[in-house]
Design a protein around this ligand. Structure first.
Ligand SMILES: *Cc1c(COP(=O)(O)O)cnc(C)c1O
Length: 384
C-alpha cells in the first residue's frame, strides 16, 4: 500500500484542503505587529455569518474542549444549578466539566442515538426554576444525532431565563446556525471538524445576555477569561500569543467557504448525509439515528451480523480508509463515518464503494454495488 495515501473519514480531525495546508506554511510573523492586527481584522467579521451572530466570535488557542470549559467558567460559579442535556459522550463531557467546577447538575439523559425532546426540556425547567444554565450538544458526535437546537432554544425561553450554551464543535461550518435568531447564548466550536483545519483553535461567541452574566460572574479564571479576548479584539490584538499558523489557515478556509457560499456548503453536507444513509440502507446496514434527527456531518452504523471493528480494521489495512469506532457502551458495536469539511459527494462514492469491498473481504454477504448505486441515484436526484 502507498502509505502516504490515507483516507480520513472520522468525525474529526478531518482532512485539510491543500490550499489551507499551504497557507499554514507561511513564514511566522510577530504577534504584536501590524500584520497580525490586519489578519485579525480580516478574519473576525467573516466568522459571524457561520455562527449566525452579530456578536464577536472569539478565538482561543486550544482544542474544542477548551471552548466548552471557557463557556462553563465564564458563566457559572460553584453551587449554581445547571441542566445538561446528555445525548451521548459529548453531552457527558459537558456534565463532567460542570462537575469539576462543582456546579449542581441536573441531567436529562436520552438513549444514545435519540435526540433531545424540547417538550421534556420545557417541562423540566418549569419544575426547576432555579436552573441558571442549560447545556446541549448540537451534533452529538458519538451517535450522529443532530439535536433540534432551535426548538430546544424556544422551549427554554418559554419556561425560564436560563442561559442556553451549545457545543457545536462537530457541525458548525457544516450546518446552519442562527445563534441570535434562535436565542443561543454561547455557541462553541473547534477548528478540526467542519472548519477544515488542524486541532488548536476554539471559537466562542456569547450573546448580550451572556455577556452580562460573564461580567458579573465572580468565578476566578485566567487563560479562559472571555473578557480578555473581547477587550483585546476591540484593539485587534489578543491577550496571549495566537496560534498564528492556524489563523493563516483559517483565512484560507474562510475563502473556500465563502467562494462555495454557506448555503451551498450546508447543502453539500446534507447531500453527503443522504447519499451515505441511502447507501447503508441499500446494504442492510442499520443506522443508529432516525432520518429526522440525523446529522449532516457524521453517520453511525450499528451492524447486526458482523463486528464493526473487524470491518474498520480491513478498511484501514487495505485501503488506508479510517472510520471511527464507538464510544463507551457502543465501543466495538458501531462504526462512525465523518463526512464533513473537506469532503464531497465524490468522496462519499469512494468510501461507500470501499465499504462494500470491506464487507466482501470479511465475508459479509451483501449485493455488491448496491450501496454505490443508491448513493449515485441520490446524487442525481438531489444535486442542485
Ligand atoms: C470533537 C468534539 C469536541 C472537542 O473535542 P476536543 O478533542 O477537545 O477538540 C467537543 N464536542 C464535540 C461534540 C465534538 O465532536
Amino acid at each position: 500500500m502507498l502509505t502516504d495515501h490515507q483516507i480520513l473519514r472520522i468525525p474529526g480531525p478531518t482532512p485539510i484542503p491543500p490550499s489551507v495546508q499551504r497557507a499554514m506554511n507561511l513564514p511566522m510573523i510577530g504577534h504584536r505587529g501590524e500584520e497580525t492586527s490586519e489578519l485579525l481584522k480580516r478574519i473576525h467579521p467573516r466568522l459571524k455569518p457561520i455562527f449566525g451572530t452579530e456578536q464577536e466570535v472569539l478565538i482561543l488557542a486550544g482544542s474544542g474542549t477548551a471552548g466548552l470549559e471557557t463557556a462553563v467558567v465564564n458563566t457559572t460559579q460553584a453551587g449554581d444549578e445547571v441542566l445538561v442535556l446528555v445525548t451521548g459522550s459529548f453531552g457527558d463531557r459537558f456534565a463532567k466539566i460542570c462537575e469539576t467546577y462543582q456546579l449542581k447538575i441536573h441531567r436529562l439523559d436520552v438513549p444514545w442515538g435519540d435526540a433531545v425532546d424540547p417538550e421534556q426540556v420545557n417541562a423540566y425547567l418549569q419544575n426547576h426554576p432555579s436552573i441558571k444554565v442549560v447545556f446541549a450538544t448540537y451534533c452529538e458526535t458519538s451517535t450522529g444525532v443532530l439535536n433540534p437546537i432551535q426548538e430546544i432554544a424556544s422551549a427554554i425561553q418559554s419556561a425560564s431565563d436560563a442561559l442556553f450554551i451549545v457545543d457545536g464543535v462537530s457541525c458548525i461550518g457544516g450546518v446552519k446556525a442562527k445563534m441570535d435568531e434562535w436565542g443561543i447564548d454561547i455557541l462553541v466550536t473547534g477548528s478540526q471538524k467542519a472548519f477544515m483545519l488542524p486541532t488548536g483553535l476554539a471559537f466562542v461567541a456569547a450573546s448580550e445576555r451572556a455577556w452580562k452574566v460573564i461580567e458579573e460572574n465572580p468565578q476566578p479564571r485566567f487563560y479562559l477569561d472571555l473578557r480578555k479576548y473581547r477587550d483585546n479584539l476591540a484593539k485587534y490584538t489578543t491577550p496571549f500569543t495566537p496560534a498564528l499558523s492556524l489563523l493563516f489557515g483559517l483565512e484560507q478556509a474562510l475563502n473556500l467557504l465563502e467562494t462555495e457560499g454557506l448555503e451551498n456548503v450546508y447543502k453539500r453536507h446534507q447531500l453527503m448525509m443522504e447519499m451515505t444513509r441511502e447507501a447503508c440502507q441499500a446494504l442492510d446496514l442499520p443506522l443508529l439515528t432516525a432520518d429526522d434527527t440525523a446529522s449532516p456531518t457524521v453517520t453511525a452504523i450499528y451492524p447486526e451480523d458482523f463486528e464493526a471493528d473487524q470491518l474498520r480494521k480491513v478498511l484501514k489495512t487495505e485501503f488506508g480508509l479510517s472510520f471511527a469506532g464507538g464510544q463507551n457502551h457502543l465501543k466495538g458495536k458501531i462504526f462512525r463515518i465523518g463526512h464533513m469539511g473537506y469532503c464531497t459527494p465524490a468522496d462519499v462514492l469512494q468510501f461507500i464503494s470501499l465499504l462494500e469491498l470491506g464487507l466482501q473481504q470479511i465475508g459479509v454477504k451483501r449485493d455488491f454495488g448496491k450501496g454505490t448505486i443508491a448513493a449515485q441515484t441520490i446524487y442525481l436526484e438531489r444535486r442542485k
